[in-house]
Design a protein around this ligand. Structure first.
Ligand code: DGP
Length: 115
């Protein structure tokens, strides 16, 4: 795979981040540029480039990633009020970091549709 992304460096602790949840499959940390009162990114420990790669992944990897997103949201206390999970995928969706990541957004009423 290509050179390490910023999220590889965050996972390796070469760049600091504020962890909110982690397990053997995922790492969840606060977004540096929050778009809602709660804005967290969840990445799998095994790198893939984008959501588009999930179709080729081992289903157990996909399941543990998705479960990690749900667990992170629960740990953040978002279950009662609700939250949004976003996967920006590719250039039209403005994906800027080529390491698959789920955005968890919550803590306020969110608009729809997104821009
Ligand atoms: P996306 O556009 O979906 O690729 O979102 C990438 C997100 O990553 C964006 O919301 C800002 C966040 N981000 C970029 N660099 C850093 C960083 O160094 N630390 C943290 N915590 N978040 C970052």
């Amino acid at each position: 795979m290509s050179e390490p992304t910023i999220f590889d460096k965050i996972l390796a602790k070469e760049i600091p981040s504020e962890a909110v949840y982690e397990d053997e499959h995922v790492y969840a940390f606060r977004d540096i540029s929050p778009q809602a009162p709660v804005h967290v990114l969840v990445i799998p420990r095994k790198r893939m480039q984008s959501f588009a790669d999930l179709q080729h992944a081992d289903p157990s990897v996909v399941a543990s990633f998705m479960q990690g997103v749900s667990k992170a949201a629960a740990k953040l206390g978002l279950e009662e009020g609700g939250y949004r999970v976003v996967f920006n995928t590719g250039s039209d969706a403005l994906q800027t970091v080529p390491y698959i990541h789920a955005h968890i957004l919550g803590g306020r009423k969110l608009g729809w549709p997104p821009g």
